[in-house]
Design a protein around this ligand. Sequence first.
Ligand SMILES: Nc1ncnc2c1ncn2[C@@H]1O[C@H](COP(=O)(O)OP(=O)(O)OP(=O)(O)O)[C@@H](O)[C@H]1O
Length: 131
Amino acid sequence: MNTGLQGHKGRKNPFYKSVSFAANGIYMALKTERNVRIHAVISVLVLIAGWILNLTQIEWLFIFLSIGVTISLELVNSALERAVDLATEEYHLLAKQAKDMAAGAVLFFSFISIIIGLVIFVPRLMELIWT
Ligand SMILES: Nc1ncnc2c1ncn2[C@@H]1O[C@H](COP(=O)(O)OP(=O)(O)OP(=O)(O)O)[C@@H](O)[C@H]1O
């Protein structure tokens, strides 16, 4: 009986294999999902800006948290889109709600990330301009 703890072929996968499946998931999302790529590019630009502006430890923590949560939500959203498409090819109100709510989670946290970015970067840029 498959208890749900076993891998695809009935055996529990070794840890390194689970990590490699997860890394493949990130690679597939980057390859196939435009929004994941956009967030990845923005994240790299924010990291470069943070490095140039010499952020404090606490500012870096907020930046890494924002990037991490946003990209993680993008991955979960992409996974849910695929699961819904696998479940039905027909139009279904629940399918629409599931996809739109998952997309809403990404949008919601993106707004929070923008606010965090503004709170951190605007004073730094003002400092640069006025000094
Ligand atoms: N099976 C379905 N039944 C009802 N509505 C659906 C279904 N599949 C998708 N939708 C809705 O159609 C719209 C477009 O969804 P779709 O998955 O094609 O792309 P998307 O949400 O723009 O995301 P992405 O661009 O990342 O693929 C969304 O509002 C979604 O909720």
